[in-house]
Design a protein around this ligand. Structure first.
Ligand code: CU
Length: 486
C-alpha cells in the first residue's frame, strides 16, 4: 500500500496518524495490510430529509472521523458523521437551505450537481470557499417546473475535489415526480469507491492515479460492501443509482431481472425503456425500475474500457482486459422469493422532454479536451481549448435566453466525462449518430478519439459558473473552464 502523505494527513485532520507515529516495522505492517470489509449485510440507506411547505432546511457538517464503511470503522470524511450524507428530498418550486459547516482542516464548499438553480451569490456558486472552522448558508431556489430526477451534492473546491469526494463527502438529492410511479419500494443507491489501508485510513493518490483518475479498491453502495436486498416475485422497485466515484465508470447489469430505465440525470423518457445495461460515467445517475423475478441476482458493474495513457506511457494501463473480465464487480445481491405480488399498474406516461434540434442556434462552439506533457514526468497539463482552469478568467460568454450548440472533442486515448453546471445538455450527435428521442444529460461522456455534439438552452439563470471533466483528478489539475451567462 501507499504510505499516507502529509496531504492526506492534513485532509483527515490528524486521524490515522497513529499508524505513522508507530514507525518502523509497525508502520510497514499497518500500511501493507489491507482493509477487510464485511460484505453481505442487509441493505441500508442514509437518513432521508424531506421538504415541507416548500422548504428544506438542513445543516451539513463536513468533518473527519471514524465512520462505518464496508461494515468496519474507517478514518474518513463524512457529512454529519456518515457516508453517504443524508438524502435530500425536494419538489419543484422548493427552497433548499443548507448551512454548510466546515469541520475539516482544509477549505471546502458545496455543489448541488445537476440542479437547475442560480449559480450566483449563495446559490450553486463554486467560487465560494468555506474555510476550516467556518460555515456558510447556501440557498437554492428550484423553479416550479424543475425536472424530477436523481441529483447529488459534493464539495467543489478546486484542487481538492477528488480527495474530498474519494474520502467520503457526497450525498443524494431526489426531486420528486409530480405524478408518482407506483412501486413496492424505492431505494436510493449511492455508489462510491475508496482505497483504505489496513488501519482504515484513506490511501493517497499516486501521480499515476491522478493522471488516469483514481479508482478505489473498494466499491460500495451506501457505504456497504455487497449489501443484500430482498423482494417478492412481481414486485416493482424503483432504484435511484448515483455514481459518485471520482473516475470509475459503472457499466451496470442485473442479469435475470427485468430492468427498465425511467431516465438518467434530469433526462426522462416518456415511457420506461427496457435496459440490459446502463452505463454511468462519473457523476451520472440512473432512475431504474426493477420488476423482481424469482431467484438470486447480482447488481454488477462489468468491465468498461475508458481508455488509458498506456501507449504513451510505455506501461500497462488500468484494468487490462485479459481472459478474465477483470473489471467485474458485485455491488449488491437481490434475492427474490415468496408469494408472487399482484402485477403493478402501468407507469404513467410523461410529457416528452423539450427537443432543441429544431431551435434556432445563437452560437456554435468547440471545446477540445487535451492531456499534454506526456513522458516528461512533471508538468502534465489537463486543458480545455489549450488552457488550464483559472477562476479569474472567463472562457465562455453566453447571451442569456439563447440556445447554443457545442461540439465536444476528445483527441486523446482516454474518455473524458463532460459536466456543465446549472444548464442541462441535450445530446444531438454522438460519434456521428443522431439519437432518436431527445436525450438529456448533465454529464456527457466524450469517448477517447471521439466527439459529441450537444445543445444547451441558457434559460432562467445568469451568472458565472463552470464546466469540467468529471474525472475529478482531471478537473483538479485544470480541465475546467469558466462560463458566464449574461
Ligand atoms: Cu478527463
Amino acid at each position: 500500500m501507499r504510505p499516507m502523505s502529509r496531504r492526506n494527513a492534513l485532509l483527515l485532520g490528524g486521524l490515522g496518524t497513529a499508524a505513522i507515529a508507530a514507525g518502523g516495522a509497525g508502520l510497514w505492517w499497518t500500511l501493507s495490510s489491507r482493509f477487510a470489509p464485511e460484505a453481505g449485510g442487509d441493505f441500508t440507506e442514509p437518513e432521508q430529509l424531506r421538504s415541507s411547505s416548500g422548504r428544506l432546511q438542513v445543516r451539513l457538517e463536513a468533518s473527519a472521523g471514524s465512520m462505518q464503511l464496508g461494515g468496519q470503522q474507517a478514518s474518513v470524511l463524512g457529512y454529519n458523521g456518515g457516508v453517504p450524507g443524508p438524502t435530500l428530498r425536494l419538489r419543484g418550486g422548493d427552497v433548499l437551505a443548507v448551512d454548510l459547516v466546515n469541520g475539516m482542516a482544509v477549505p471546502t464548499n458545496l455543489h448541488v450537481h445537476g440542479l437547475h438553480v442560480s449559480p450566483q451569490g449563495n446559490g450553486d456558486n463554486v467560487f465560494n470557499v468555506v474555510q476550516p472552522g467556518h460555515s456558510f448558508s447556501y440557498e437554492y431556489r428550484l423553479p416550479a417546473d424543475h425536472p424530477p430526477g436523481v441529483y447529488w451534492y459534493h464539495p467543489h473546491h478546486h484542487g481538492m475535489v477528488a480527495d474530498q469526494i474519494f474520502a467520503g463527502l457526497f450525498g443524494a438529492i431526489i426531486v420528486e415526480d409530480a405524478q408518482p410511479v407506483d412501486v413496492s419500494r424505492e431505494r436510493v443507491m449511492v455508489v462510491s469507491d475508496i482505497t483504505l489501508d489496513g488501519s482504515g485510513t484513506v490511501a493517497d493518490a499516486s501521480p499515476m492515479d491522478r493522471m488516469l483518475g483514481r479508482e478505489g479498491e473498494l466499491v460500495l453502495v451506501n457505504g456497504q460492501s455487497n449489501p443484500k436486498l430482498s423482494a417478492r416475485p412481481g414486485e416493482r422497485e424503483r432504484w435511484r443509482i448515483v455514481n459518485t466515484c471520482v473516475a470509475r465508470y459503472l457499466q451496470l447489469r442485473l442479469d435475470g431481472q427485468q430492468m427498465q430505465l425511467l431516465g438518467m440525470d434530469s433526462g426522462r423518457f416518456p415511457t420506461p425503456r427496457n435496459a440490459d445495461e446502463v452505463l454511468l460515467a462519473p457523476g451520472n445517475r440512473a432512475d431504474v425500475l426493477v420488476t423482481a423475478v424469482a431467484g438470486d441476482a447480482t447488481l454488477r458493474a462489468v468491465y468498461y474500457n475508458r481508455g488509458s495513457m498506456a501507449g504513451m506511457m510505455g506501461r500497462a494501463g488500468p484494468a487490462p482486459n485479459g481472459g478474465q473480465r477483470s473489471g467485474d464487480l458485485v455491488l449488491a445481491t437481490l434475492s427474490v422469493s415468496g408469494a408472487p405480488a399482484a402485477p403493478p399498474p402501468a407507469v404513467p406516461a410523461r410529457p416528452a422532454p423539450r427537443d432543441l434540434r429544431t431551435a434556432a442556434v445563437a452560437a456554435r462552439r468547440q471545446l477540445i479536451f487535451a492531456v499534454g506533457g506526456m513522458g516528461m514526468g512533471m508538468g502534465m497539463s489537463f486543458t480545455i481549448n489549450g488552457r488550464e482552469f483559472n477562476a479569474s478568467r472567463t472562457d465562455t460568454t453566453v447571451a442569456a435566453q439563447t440556445v447554443e450548440e457545442w461540439t465536444l472533442i476528445n483527441p486523446g486515448p482516454m474518455d473524458h466525462p463532460f459536466h456543465l453546471h446549472v444548464w442541462p445538455m441535450q445530446i444531438v450527435e454522438e460519434q456521428g449518430q443522431t439519437p432518436g428521442p431527445s436525450v438529456w444529460r448533465d454529464v456527457v461522456n466524450i469517448p477517447a478519439n471521439g466527439q459529441v455534439r450537444v445543445r444547451i438552452s441558457f434559460k432562467d439563470f445568469t451568472g458565472r459558473s463552470v464546466y469540467h471533466c468529471h474525472i475529478l483528478d482531471h478537473e483538479d489539475q485544470g480541465m475546467m473552464g469558466v462560463i458566464e451567462v449574461r
